[in-house]
Design a protein around this ligand. Structure first.
Ligand SMILES: Cc1ncc(COP(=O)(O)O)c(C=O)c1O
Length: 363
């Protein structure tokens, strides 16, 4: 973990500013406010014990088959190698570690989070090791497989069955449920991944691992976005270390983070229905939107060419690179973060019948 102490500055809340497709690229970097709260000591042995001790230090592999004629080098950070199967193991552990160090949680605490996927699984894993109770607030869109995984870890699954009556969305309904649980359960703590700077802070280490493996030479990083924890942490590391790396945010079409109109999305993991507090204008050098079909095509290409069975957002970033390839300078070094494993997508992304039913003939 980087020991860099970053000064705390007032945080400007993110606003969703619609931008046209022509304005996805920044020519100059907007001043970016880094804000990471680091408590005095987070070196608590329990948080590094057992399975939690192997979170991070995931492999970085060179991909030479997925773009065989590429004029650039491409490396993939395989976050699916984390024990809970995704990039979200890192923030799950880091948010709990810091909450503990600040005295917000301790023995007997109940952790509460609204998550239908990877963060919930990462928290369930960490809470099992730490002996903490975990309540995961989900909605009917959570896959049966994720519900089964959460329950297998011993998490209490709290289903919000009805959307918010005003907006018709599940997200506000889930947040309301989190708040009422917090009010009624003593010694309870909400990680609040969308606004928790220790979500982003976890990824200073992710970026450190990537640039160290590449001896500091990295021209482009392609990064999927959801809570914006990964991209924010990576950008904070890039800027505080004065690296020249350009960061390309890859968001889901229909996600509102970069001002797109809200739309239906079937592939979970990336994208957000509201702008996360962790997002800040100027974070990315460029952003791109990928459709569900792009994710499917990219995932299948990655599997066929590299034998990497990855989740939906990984296919999205691979398709984003394919779209961007012509603009990448000759000899550039690029890296991509592959966020999770593909096994949890066998009934969707990798199911021919599901793909045909939802999208017709893809590829
Ligand atoms: C599969 C997958 N891809 C991308 C993301 C986005 O990562 P972040 O929340 O750090 O922006 C997530 C977040 O849960 C995810 O599960």
């Amino acid at each position: 973990m980087s020991n860099q102490m970053l000064k705390t500055k007032p945080f400007t809340p993110a606003k969703s500013t619609p931008r046209s497709n022509q304005q996805t690229k920044r020519t100059t970097r907007t001043p970016f406010v880094s804000r990471v709260e680091i408590p005095p000591s987070t070196d608590v042995p329990l948080f590094n014990s057992g399975i939690l001790g192997i979170i991070g230090n995931t492999p970085l592999v060179k991909l030479s088959r997925v773009f065989p004629d590429a004029h650039f080098q491409l490396f993939a950070k395989l976050e699916m190698f984390n024990p809970g199967g995704s990039v979200k193991d890192r923030p799950a552990l880091n948010m709990l570690k810091h909450a503990f160090a600040k005295g917000h949680i301790g023995p007997g605490s109940t952790i509460i989070e609204s998550s239908s996927g990877n963060l919930g699984i990462g928290l369930a894993q960490a809470c099992t090791v730490l002996g903490l109770k975990f309540i995961c607030v989900v909605d009917p869109k959570t896959t049966q497989q994720n519900l089964n995984i959460l329950k297998a870890y011993g998490a209490q699954v709290d289903l919000v069955a009805e959307p918010d009556p005003i907006t018709g969305d599940f997200l506000p309904a889930r947040i309301n449920r989190v708040k009422s649980l917090l009010a009624s359960i003593p010694n309870s703590f909400w990680c609040n991944q969308y606004a928790n700077f220790n979500n982003a802070h976890a990824h200073h280490q992710t970026m450190h691992e990537i640039v160290t493996a590449l001896n500091g030479k990295l021209d482009y990083l392609f990064c999927a976005t959801g809570s914006c924890g990964t991209i924010r942490g990576c950008v904070e590391y890039i800027r505080t270390h004065n690296l020249k790396t350009k960061i390309i945010a890859v968001d889901a079409k229909g996600s509102v983070i970069f001002g797109d109109k809200r739309g239906k999305r079937l592939i979970p993991g990336h994208g957000a229905a509201r702008v996360p507090e962790l997002f800040q204008p100027g974070l990315e050098d460029e952003y791109m939107h990928v459709t569900d079909q792009d994710c499917i095509v990219g995932c299948r290409r990655l599997l066929r060419q590299e034998a990497i069975l990855a989740g939906g957002s990984s296919g999205g970033v691979i398709s984003a690179i394919a779209k961007k390839a012509k603009e990448i300078p000759f000899g550039a070094t690029c890296a991509v973060i592959l966020c999770d494993r593909g096994e949890r997508y066998l009934d969707t992304v990798y199911s021919d019948s599901w793909v045909k039913e939802n999208f017709g003939d893809v590829e």
